[in-house]
Design a protein around this ligand. Sequence first.
Ligand code: ATP
Ligand code: MG
Length: 429
Amino acid sequence: MISVSEALSEKYVGKNVTLRGWVYRARSVGKKAFVVLRDSSGIIQAVGEEPALSADEFKIASSLTVESSIEISGILKEDKRAPGERELVMNSLKVYCRNDNFPVTKDKGEEFLLDIRHLWVRSREFTSVLKIRNTVFKSFNDYFYSQGYYQVQAPMMVSTATEGGSTLFKVPFFGQEVNLTQSSQFYLETMIFSLEKVFTIAPSFRAEKSRTWRHLTEYWHAEGEVAWYGNEDMMKEEEKMMDYIISEVLKHNVEDLERVGRDINKLKNMNSPFLRIPYRRIIEIGNELGLKLEYGMDLGADEERTITNHFDKPVFVTDFPVSLKSFYHRPDPDHPETVLCHDLLAPEGYGEIIGGGERIWELDVLKQKLKDFGMPEDDYYWYLDLRKYGSIPHSGFGLGLDRLVTWIAGLKTIRDSIPFPRTIRRTKP
Ligand code: ATP
Ligand code: MG
């Protein structure tokens, strides 16, 4: 048994091989049956005729249906007209499952394709998205391991909020209530005191009511936290991480990127250093582009789309006003009305993919901030303890992996970057 991609290589020409997979296309012309076989590695054409196939096998071969599962054997020949320039001349055929009509066709619209996502994941397009996604997840891990980070895990059921109450999911918990985590950040912060450099990949849950290209209610959150790092150190690390992830995708997934219609030359230009633009200037740029923005306004998906359409590389937005960011961000000692933080905006209209920055590490400042934000100290006793015992400057970031995949693959919406998207209107399949 070999894979389709192996069968397409030089070394099997003239040999008898066996392949397994699914019928991608089938048709018969006179006394010849043509079958295109698909497996996880690609597609290959096979041809069947008597007497190499028995009369029974030929009958089956000439009436195969799309996505039936089969096993075929035969001699591999070169054939310039076939996809991949190879053709298998069948001498045996076995059917595992013969389908009636496979219900998936591309032209039935987004909602239909979401309803049948459990079948659409087999399409060549979605297979390519899954492969790009695999490279993104793997290279994120590999990058941080190569830099001496430790991977850690945090709980998903928590009693604190990191990003404010409006997007919390509450779940019953033995007569009490807990929240589904919005971020693993606070737990990562605890672990820098033992490991100094830590990262995690885990789901985060946010009850997002808006339906934008970039919001899921359950998404994959890659987070890092580093002892002794300032905001600028963190941004430099993120630049190197992004360079690595993009270079790995370009190394392993060119065919996949082409299949989903990504402009690869644009992606090749996304290397660091990225621009750094203060929030104040971003507001001006937005207004120069015709938006009606004022200092202190939060930028949403639409505003960021207009602004980042004018960038051909990712951009760090820095120096946000205190009121726009969560309570844990460290005020800039030289300009206390702003915080030492950054959002990384992807270009080409995509917008925010990372939020990060320096965390408050002085106990009295953090206590004051909790008060200003109307948050109960008791709930955060353990987070405050980190500022009592051996507190240190530190920084971290959170990256939305689904958003990153959406941008890297050039997809229209985040719902096409994840096999089973969860949104306000969808919990099936
Ligand atoms: P937004 O303003 O777009 O809602 P955010 O500022 O709430 O994003 P953060 O709290 O900074 O986001 O979260 C860190 C990262 O997690 C974001 O940069 C983004 O990539 C990702 N992220 C946040 N919310 C979602 C979501 N609902 N679905 C998918 N990814 C998300
Ligand atoms: Mg949000």
